[in-house]
Unconditional design. Structure first.
Length: 421
């Protein structure tokens, strides 16, 4: 009954959903096509495994796991779904035509039923926490095995699930198995009513990220081209509107002491690139845009990282990183990428989506949590001034990544057991 009420409510919202995508399409051309996929109005080929990756971050984390499964099961057909254009671009870049790829249909019952009826999967693997009541209900009815991979559940999200237990509890019980990142998250899922024997702590596959040697070489070469080999360089990665001005104010404090310092500011979403450029220009700082191949010279104070898929490489061209979505009420983004590139890492107080990873890095001394922009400026200036403290912190961050590798193999084995069963 609860799911039926949920479905009726969704249908009532249908006009608003269409309006939402129309607004997104107005702001970004990436949302102007492929609506038939989102509304379940296209044809799909049969598949063996569906892997749902949500957006860019989850897709990048899932790529090594999917490739490992494709090698182990060469006769299986794989379908990879996302919800965002950035995630879609990463799938196409990593797999080309070797997999079936589409946006996951919205959770309208007609769309989900049509999608599952055509694809006929043996298994549906969902990355992290992208759970939808109708998707899980109709997949379970088709006897599809449901795996939640690299599962994470913040205290805030757990409370939201608890508040809507009438809807979420039946949904969660349909899961076949969960590969969770930490014991804390395992306990949260168990508290929501999932049987303990379905839950396995495997760590996060995000620790298993491999740094491309070519990206490291490109980063080193860029820094030399910029003539900033010995100058302070820092990255504000995955920042959002609401953080742009704060990053520029911090950089002005750094420029007051280091006139040749460079800020690389990389907004989280492509539709925010132009707003970020306008904000930099209005601040009075000298801007170069990566997307336009602008020259970075001695006068350049801010390089706008307004390209997709280059953030890890840009981290490699810097000394320190601030990870965005944490000075606003967002939940944050992955701090492991700059850590793996050998940077010291700073985040704001709103990092609940990566609370356990943040705590590991902080306890090791490789990450600082700051309350506001002034505290961020103080931290960055401290590490620019104290080379010994900087090197210790950067090494600590790198060590955390190295010491926690192995989740990829654990999650692969767990999925392989389910495919054999």
């Amino acid at each position: 009954m609860s799911r039926i009420l949920y479905s009726i409510f969704l249908y009532l919202l249908f006009p608003l959903v269409v309006m939402y995508f129309a607004v997104r399409a107005y702001k970004s051309q990436d949302y102007r096509s492929r609506w038939n996929e989102r509304f379940g109005l296209c044809k799909w080929a049969k598949t063996d495994v569906i892997f749902h990756c949500v957006s860019m971050g989850e897709t990048l984390a899932a790529v090594p796991l999917i490739k490992k499964l494709m090698v182990a099961y060469p006769d299986y057909r794989f379908t990879i779904t996302t919800t965002s254009p950035t995630g879609s671009n990463e799938v196409i870049k990593a797999f080309g035509d070797s997999v079936q790829h589409c946006y996951l249909p919205l959770d309208f019952s007609y769309a989900v039923k049509r999608f599952l009826r055509q694809t006929q999967p043996k298994m549906l693997i969902i990355m992290e926490t992208e759970l939808w009541p109708n998707l899980l209900y109709f997949a379970d009815k088709q006897q599809v095995k449901l795996v939640l991979a690299n599962a994470r559940l913040s205290a805030k999200s757990a409370q939201k699930y608890q508040d809507k237990a009438w809807l979420t509890k039946p949904m969660l019980k349909r899961l076949t198995t969960l590969a969770v990142q930490t014991q804390t998250e395992a306990d949260r899922f168990a508290a929501l009513g999932i049987a303990v024997d379905k839950i396995q702590v495997c760590g996060s596959v995000k620790f298993d990220l491999s740094i491309d040697v070519l990206k490291q070489q490109q980063a080193t070469s860029l820094r030399q081209q910029w003539q900033r080999t010995d100058a302070p360089v820092w990255v504000a990665g995955s920042v959002h509107p609401g953080e742009f001005d704060a990053m520029l104010n911090v950089h002005k404090q750094i420029l007051a002491q280091y006139s040749n310092a460079l800020l690389i500011m990389a907004p989280r979403h492509p539709e925010q690139f132009n707003l970020a450029a306008i904000t930099v220009t209005q601040s009075g700082l000298q801007l170069a845009r990566r997307s336009m191949n602008d020259e970075v010279n001695e006068q350049t104070q801010v390089l706008l990282g307004d390209t997709m898929g280059e953030l890890v490489m840009l981290y490699g061209a810097a000394d320190q990183a601030f990870v965005g979505g944490t000075l606003i009420d967002n939940g944050g983004h992955n701090p492991l990428e700059p850590a793996a590139m050998g940077l010291t890492v700073t985040v704001g107080p709103n990092h609940w989506d990566f609370a356990e990873i943040t705590a590991l890095l902080e306890q090791a001394g490789g990450l600082k949590v700051v309350a506001n922009q002034d505290a961020l400026a103080t931290t960055l200036l401290h590490y620019f001034a104290d080379k010994q403290a900087y090197q210790q912190a950067a090494q600590a961050a790198t060590n955390v990544v190295e010491q926690n590798r192995g989740a990829l193999d654990k999650q692969f084995q767990l999925i392989a057991q389910q495919l054999k069963g």
